[in-house]
Design a protein around this ligand. Structure first.
Ligand code: NAP
Length: 271
């Protein structure tokens, strides 16, 4: 029986708990810690679970302590956890706070406390998240397994070494924003070609949803699927020529490189 305390009932905390409740996974004993009174009432109402403002109380006896507050609030949570009698059972701290290294978390917990860091992304809000997990120094295989099982309730889960978290941030953490930008650009282009914004939006969104499903389910690579819709001297080939001329590939390369670098700078500043 796994007891989970989710500290921070914001968008991400609520999405995780809602996904767990819906999937029926690890839901024996769930508690949310939320200090914002109105937000706490809203979550208790919407999810029908226990919501408290007492981190220390919720942490005692929890197997998974999930931090889902903004990075700037993590120290406050760790200070409250410091007052709890942690370590009386095999507990794991799971941090969803972007950019906060495991060494920083471990340094404020009892010696040897297992920590798992997660880089999530916003499609988690609709159960389609990409969660990437990285173990701290004391997290063992069984801890990763438990955390994977929890996060699988809100999407896919991949494990990497923590040294790769800046690259992960650049690819899947910020990834939804690149996608939304492409959607915006295509809708604007459709309007430029004479479609109404409503029709252009519907065409683009369903094209993206359908293409993502095809990519996920067909077992083919993106390059294979693109080749399949690019007939010789056809319309798609004409569009590809312009996209390549505009430097789309190199823009992505440079953009993700910049995101990785920025992630590393931010990590260094919170260390
Ligand atoms: N890669 C991504 O795209 C991505 C996406 C989303 C989130 N994340 C990460 O996920 C984390 C949560 O994000 P979010 O958008 O859900 O944040 P959020 O909306 O700010 O939610 C956090 C909630 O926790 C509350 N809180 C603050 N300190 C607390 C404490 N000591 N104890 C209990 N509750 C406390 C906040 O209340 P107040 O409002 O009163 O402060 C707020 O309601 C962040 O660290 C973020 O980096 C990453």
């Amino acid at each position: 029986m796994t007891r989970i305390a989710v500290i921070g009932g914001g968008r991400i905390g609520e999405a995780l708990v809602a996904g767990l409740l819906e999937s029926g996974r690890l839901t024996k004993d769930l508690v949310v810690v939320e200090t914002h009174r109105e937000r706490a009432d809203l979550i208790a109402d919407r999810l029908g679970i226990r919501v408290t403002d007492d981190v220390t109380d919720a942490a005692v006896g929890a197997d998974l302590l999930v931090i889902a507050v903004k990075p700037g609030d993590v120290d406050g949570v760790l200070a409250s956890l410091g007052k709890a009698e942690l370590g009386d059972r095999d507990q794991v701290l799971v941090s969803l706070a972007a950019g906060v290294p495991t060494t920083r978390l471990e340094g404020k917990l009892p010696a040897g406390f297992p920590v798992v860091r997660v880089m999530a992304n916003t499609p988690m809000l609709v159960g389609q998240g990409m969660s990437v997990i990285a173990p701290g120094r004391y997290a063992r295989e069984e801890h990763l397994k438990l955390v994977t099982e929890m996060l699988a309730a809100v999407g896919k889960v991949v494990a990497v070494a923590e040294s790769q978290m800046d690259a992960v941030t650049a690819v899947s953490g910020s990834g939804p924003a690149y996608f939304f930008l492409v959607v915006e650009a295509m809708v604007d282009a459709g309007v430029g070609l004479g479609l109404t914004r409503d029709v252009a939006t519907r065409l683009v969104v369903q094209t993206m949803v359908g293409s993502a499903a095809l990519l996920d389910e067909s077992g083919q690579t993106a390059a294979e699927l693109r080749a399949a819709v690019t007939s010789p001297a056809g319309t798609t080939a004409a569009a590809m020529r312009e996209l390549e001329r505009g430097g789309l590939r190199s823009s992505f390369l440079e953009a993700l490189f910049a995101a990785k670098q920025r992630s590393a700078e931010q990590g260094a500043s919170v260390e």
